[in-house]
Write a protein that binds this ligand. Structure first.
Ligand code: TXA
Ligand code: MG
Length: 329
């Protein structure tokens, strides 16, 4: 079956109801969110969710997020709805905050990867919300890329990564935040951030008592990753090296792109320079698309300056650390 890529022109576009029909029949639809594109399936249909795992080549040990259109739907999927969840949801939903909570029995085991918790998120993208409402059920949706590859911020990224494994791709243009949601675990003894994202830990700490806020590298064992975060992740095909600005880098091995923040140094002949602004939101929106572009242009190596310190850059440093061969970001 040939993948259909459909531009969505407005919320009354028939593509949305066609997508809902595909999902209700157990198919897979990729859709835009404000973070990255998601690969959606009916979250209450275990066979449909199994197709997500097959299409992505995702290990069965890695659970998926359920996407809902409102807090009431979220509450029907959990066995506890603590005050902290209510307060955070009032403040941040729809938006790039995923909450992990004790799951209700209605949540299929495959969604939870056999665990007792479920991750819930209400995306702030009109097409995503319209689609969830049209289906009338939660949508299971990981990022719409093959496992361990770069996340998609354009519909074309989905088509080139997953191709015919998807029944339909709704094209809503480039995603705005560009980095995956912040994941906050409220299902354990203490609240923990499992994945840094567009909402900074310091911001959440204002609403969550006892939140563990970590910066940069934390010793193994002290930080608990989301199950899918342990391995090398978000990787381009090119070798990505993160360097300290001003330090030398070898130019001998293969075609090379150099990515700098704020300013670019004088670069050797033949090295492509890419200048990113000293603005974490703008860089977050651009990062994955840039890595996709440099991959498509065939660069063997990408040398990227280490982003600035500070919490606003935390999610960007995290993604680069996971994408690079050296643990330097
Ligand atoms: O922004 C996002 O969150 C995007 C868009 C599509 O919503 N989704 C996304 O999904 O990034 P995915 O599957 O690529 O990453 C979700 C992460 C994985 O690392 C997974 O292990 C973790 O969330 N996760 C899912 N359910 C969990 C649970 N019950 N407990 C802990 N971590 C969970
Ligand atoms: Mg992902």
């Amino acid at each position: 079956m040939v993948t259909l890529l459909r531009k969505v022109n407005g919320l009354d576009d028939p593509a949305i109801s066609e997508a809902a029909d595909i999902l209700l029949a157990g198919g897979l639809v990729a859709f835009p969110t404000e973070t990255v594109y998601g690969l959606g399936a009916d979250g209450l249909n275990p066979e449909a969710v199994a197709r997500i795992y097959a299409a992505k080549g995702r290990p069965a040990t890695n659970p998926v997020i359920l996407h809902v259109a409102d807090a009431v739907s979220a509450q029907s999927l959990v066995s506890q709805w603590p005050d902290t969840a209510r307060i955070l949801v009032e403040r941040y939903w729809p938006g790039p905050l995923t909450l992990v909570l004790p799951a209700a029995e209605a949540v299929p085991s495959i969604v939870r990867a056999g665990g007792s918790t479920v991750a819930l998120r209400c995306p702030a993208h009109p097409v995503a919300l319209a689609l969830i409402r049209a289906v009338g059920r939660p949508l299971a949706a990981p990022s719409a890329n093959r496992s361990q590859h770069l996340s998609p911020t354009l519909a074309q990224h989905v088509a080139s990564s997953l191709g015919e494994a998807v029944d339909l791709i709704l094209d809503g243009g480039p995603t705005s935040a560009g980095l995956e949601s912040t994941i906050l675990d409220l299902g354990g003894e203490r609240p923990r951030i499992l994945r840094p994202g567009p909402i900074a830990p310091g911001e959440l700490a204002g609403y969550v008592g006892g939140l563990e806020v970590w910066e940069g590298d934390v010793k193994a064992g002290l930080r608990q990753d989301a199950p899918g975060m342990a391995e090398r992740h978000y990787a381009p095909r090119a070798r990505l090296e993160v360097v300290v600005p001003g330090d030398g880098f070898s130019t001998s091995a293969g075609s090379l792109a150099y990515v700098g923040f704020g300013t670019l140094p004088a670069l050797p002949e033949g090295v492509r320079g890419v200048l990113l602004p000293l603005d974490p939101e703008a860089v977050g929106a651009r990062l994955f698309a840039l890595l996709h572009e440099l991959d498509d242009a065939g660069y063997a190596r990408i040398v990227m300056e280490r982003p600035p310190e500070g919490e606003a850059w935390l999610a960007i440093r995290d993604r680069l650390r996971r994408a690079s061969t050296k643990e330097q970001a």
